[in-house]
Design a protein around this ligand. Structure first.
Ligand code: FAD
Length: 593
């Protein structure tokens, strides 16, 4: 047994060495000439670099007063000239994967020849992009009751640092695991951390919200007022949120324990048992590897000593570039050689079930430990994120839904069935299925609206921006099928900050119909923003139930679910899933997997 494992390890090491040599040779002879440059970043683009918004005017305020004054003057000028206006707020490199952050046309790596992709509808005469990066200050703190008033352009990382400086903790489980997100975006997309039936999103610690409406007037709403319920999770459709008052907590530490690389035979019952015991669980699952790793977080008193753990997801640019080359080569080849497949499997495992929640100072994953709560729940990578190295050309393909936990066992059984019948490759791309937990709420448009005990089903996999426009993400048929299955069969509500345009414009599975209070929201909006100044074109398309653009390669860009081969691009066919023939997806012809 020991010798067999040793042999296996030696074979794997040889495979990695061979793949590295192969890639190095390829890099020297061909890569420099062939690298496709990503679309140059514009002033107002997606963090992954796959798209950019076009706006006729950019506003970059530092305060609510500046924001309101600028908005008022643009709205008044447009009204005087009889022009239509659209306004969307975000920050310079936003994390939304669709065009909800955009007021009008976009540019996209999938249609570079088009230059500009027209937005749905007539298009506004004046499109205004509001960049909130300059609104990142703490406005006041009240240490006696642990509250903090902040500007909405502050990032999660800045909030965590400010809380530490003020001697407070951000309640564990309430913020996303990625700290470069902006508080406004997090609140308005209903973004979450993990805490089953507990406080699991920013809205759960919100006390008051200040925003600028469609007349340029500044308003302040209590969390539980009708406006507060429409704003949180409401995608910025009523106005621009400028300030938040948050209920923080006394300082604490957080203990993490890891269930390391367990077999997934009983993953559904394991998870139900884990969240009952430890609600702030986060589960990374690789169904292709038949394993999962779970991290269990729990708050402990600040007096409990820390163990020197740190969190990091930074990837040095050189490593990212090598990795990007490997992903691109693998994605381009219909039948990659064994060594490359093997190297990709190892890489995929490293970034998923072998990636510890925290590590020691030498970078080795720690399975258990204790650290300050403000340092153990969300991690930033700044300009060292994998997708930041331009030559690496990496991006993530994110699919993310919320549904109730009781549906999880059936969903997992369906994922396993799909993998058994439709997946013939060795490994899915680097990335993971990520399961996190929460609770329902009374917000009108939050993905958790009206639910009871939730699970967030996230599928995040790496792709190369150099090869994706031609080939799409490797093994994309699995993701395309699961996206439809989760939306249509499980009535999963798509995360407003993730997914693809097609998720919101599915011809048969309407997103608004998944929300019990959608009508109530629209009624409020028609009072507060009758001209739909804050409605992004993609939202208008979703409401109109207008079909997606069906055209060449539309499924590769996430604009459509394929109906015909041409939607998949050359060398790929639109075929029904073997496990779920009611869903069709693009498959590479003659490929392994
Ligand atoms: C690497 C990465 C990790 C992530 N991790 C998580 C996670 O752990 N949990 C999770 O739930 N999600 C996660 N997300 C998704 C994330 O929550 C969304 O992308 C979300 O859109 C927030 O991103 P952002 O802060 O850049 O906001 P943006 O993308 O800028 O904004 C989100 C939406 O809100 C609107 N908006 C933003 N601010 C305002 C404002 N002040 N007023 C009015 N409208 C506004 C924008 O126009 C846009 O439509 C992650 C995304 C990435 C790329």
């Amino acid at each position: 047994m020991g010798a067999a494992v040793g042999d296996q390890r030696a074979r794997r090491r040889a495979a990695v060495a061979a793949a590295t040599a192969l890639l190095a040779a390829w890099w020297c002879c061909c890569a420099a000439a062939q690298v496709v440059k990503p679309t140059p970043r514009q002033a107002y683009g997606a963090a992954y670099g796959h798209m950019a918004c076009q706006a006729s005017v950019l506003i970059e305020p530092n305060s609510t007063e500046q924001l309101a004054a600028a908005l008022k003057s643009h709205l008044a000028a447009a009204a005087a000239a009889g022009k239509s206006v659209k306004v969307r707020a975000t920050h310079k490199f936003f994390h939304s994967t669709t065009a909800f952050a955009c007021p009008s046309n976009t540019t996209n790596i999938f249609t570079p020849e088009a230059g500009s992709r027209p937005a749905f509808g007539a298009g506004p005469d004046l499109s205004v992009g509001v960049l909130l990066g300059g609104m990142d200050r703490v406005l006041s703190t009240d240490p006696a009751i642990h509250t903090m008033r902040v500007q909405a352009g502050m990032t999660v990382r800045q909030l965590l640092e400010a809380a530490t400086a003020a001697g407070m903790s951000v309640p564990l489980g309430t913020v996303p695991a990625f700290a470069d997100l902006m508080l406004g975006g997090v609140l308005l997309t209903g973004a979450h951390g993990s805490n089953y039936k507990g406080k699991s999103n920013l809205g759960d610690i919100l006390k008051e919200i200040t925003w600028v409406d469609a007349t340029g007037t500044t308003r302040t709403s209590a969390r539980d007022s009708p406006e507060g319920r429409a704003l949180a999770g409401g995608l910025g459709l009523l106005g621009i949120v400028s300030e938040l008052t948050l209920q923080l907590a006394p300082p604490s530490n957080t203990r993490f324990e890891t269930v390391w690389q367990s077999g997934d035979e009983d993953i559904a019952s394991d998870i139900l048992e884990l969240v009952a015991r430890s609600p702030r669980a986060l589960v990374v699952w690789r169904p292709d590897m038949h394993k999962y790793t779970a991290v269990l977080l729990s708050e402990v008193p600040a007096s409990e000593p820390t163990t020197g753990a740190t969190q990091t997801i930074e990837l040095p640019k050189l490593v990212a570039s090598g990795f990007g080359t490997m992903v691109r080569t693998w994605e381009e080849m219909a039948r990659p050689p064994y060594v490359l497949e093997e190297a990709m499997c190892i890489a995929s495992k490293e970034v998923s079930i072998s990636h510890g929640w925290a590590s020691n100072l030498r970078g080795r994953p720690l399975k258990n430990g204790v650290g300050p709560t403000n340092e153990m729940q969300s991690v930033s990578c700044g300009d060292q994120c994998a997708w930041e190295a331009e030559i690496a050309n990496l991006a993530m393909w994110d699919t993310h839904f919320t549904t109730e936990l009781w549906k999880l066992p059936d969903w997992i059984a369906d994922v396993k069935k799909l993998m058994a019948e439709d997946f013939t490759g060795r490994c899915l791309p680097p990335g993971y299925f990520w399961l996190r937990f929460g609770d329902g709420n009374g917000d009108l448009l939050s993905p958790a609206s009206g639910l009871n005990g939730t699970v967030n089903l996230q599928l995040s996999f790496m792709t190369s921006k150099a090869s994706a426009p031609q080939w799409g993400i490797k093994h994309g048929h699995i993701l395309e099928t699961l996206e439809q299955l989760t939306l249509c069969k499980y009535k999963g509500r798509p995360h407003w900050g993730k997914n693809h345009e097609r998720t919101y414009t599915h011809p048969n599975c309407s997103v608004p119909e998944l929300y019990p209070r959608f009508g109530e929201f629209l009624a409020m909006r028609s009072k507060l923003d009758p001209a739909r100044v804050f409605e992004p074109p993609l939202f208008a398309q979703m409401l109109a139930r207008a079909p997606p653009r069906y055209g060449p390669r539309c499924a590769l860009s996430g604009e459509c679910f394929c109906r015909e081969d041409k939607h998949c691009g050359p060398g790929r066919a639109c075929v029904p899933s073997a496990a779920f023939p009611e869903y069709r997806a693009c498959r590479r012809v003659g490929a392994t997997g």
